[in-house]
Design a protein around this ligand. Structure first.
Ligand SMILES: Nc1ncnc2c1ncn2[C@@H]1O[C@H](COP(=O)(O)OP(=O)(O)OP(=O)(O)O)[C@@H](O)[C@H]1O
Ligand SMILES: [Mg+2]
Length: 236
């Protein structure tokens, strides 16, 4: 996916200003940045929830910057939103099944649910529970599972660690690393820069709507400027 000169505004000054991001197949890319930097705006725009006011988004050689959310889902981007947003009244199983809605081709839903339960074994006992009764970490697993059910070309993750215990965050990030190792392409936003840089291949640093730095996660891990700005306080 090629994001070129992306501009996003909410009717006033741009909150994302000429951002360029490349996500190659099989990569885990992180977008880092403080509160209000524009991270969620980018992911929501990619998912078609908010229209870009400038620039282009190329997914598999097709421009999707003017496509609506359901078209984009069919074309292969799935968003795991900030705050998880599971359907609280629906069972875990039904939440997962909803994730498969956008798929064009027939698939074995039970087999895919089973593969998600192998990935997140804690969900197995809770499969028929209302998702709203689960812990925050378990709900995050449901939200990721729902995204995976769409078999997306790129899974977009917005702050998966938000509000979770360190143990749960560790478990989730192990799952993200495993997904990457299996060849799933991921675009991850997290304020916990240290954590994101541990699993990412490359990262982009966003500051008030602009990319101020980018490079391999390895290089950014040792970057003194970044350390001062993000890696101290936000460390996992
Ligand atoms: N629906 C909206 N209407 C108006 N302004 C918005 C809207 N959503 C976000 N903004 C503004 O856009 C800017 C970027 O917000 P965004 O949520 O993308 O940042 P973020 O990097 O995800 O922050 P956080 O780390 O707090 O989640 C902020 O100044 C925010 O106030
Ligand atoms: Mg956000």
């Amino acid at each position: 996916m090629f994001i070129k000169d992306l501009v996003i505004d909410y009717g006033a000054a741009p909150v994302v200003d000429k951002v360029n991001i490349v996500v190659n197949p099989g990569e885990l890319i992180a977008i880092l940045g403080a509160n209000g930097a524009g991270k969620s705006s980018i992911l929501q725009c990619l998912a078609g929830l908010h229209r870009a006011s400038g620039g282009s988004i190329l997914l598999d050689n097709e421009n999707i910057e003017h496509a609506d959310a359901s078209t984009i889902a069919t074309q292969g981007l799935a968003l795991v939103p900030e705050g998880r947003q599971v359907f609280a009244q629906l069972s875990v199983r039904d939440n997962l099944l909803l994730g498969g809605y956008s798929r064009k081709e027939a698939f074995d839903a039970e087999a895919e649910i089973d593969s998600i339960l192998r990935r997140f074994p804690r969900l197995r006992d809770r499969i028929d529970s209302a998702a709203g009764l689960l812990s925050g970490g378990e709900q995050q697993m449901v939200a990721i599972g729902r995204g995976l059910m769409a078999k997306p070309k790129i899974l977009l993750l917005d702050e998966p660690s938000l509000g979770l215990s360190p143990a749960m965050i560790g478990e989730l990030y192990d799952a993200l690393a495993a997904l990457r190792d299996e060849g799933v392409t991921l675009l991850l936003v997290d304020q916990m820069a240290n954590l994101a840089l541990q699993v990412a291949d490359r990262a982009y640093v966003l500051e008030t709507g602009r990319i101020v730095k980018s490079g391999s996660a390895e290089a950014l891990r040792g970057d003194p400027e970044l350390e001062a700005a993000y890696l101290g306080g936000a460390a996992a």
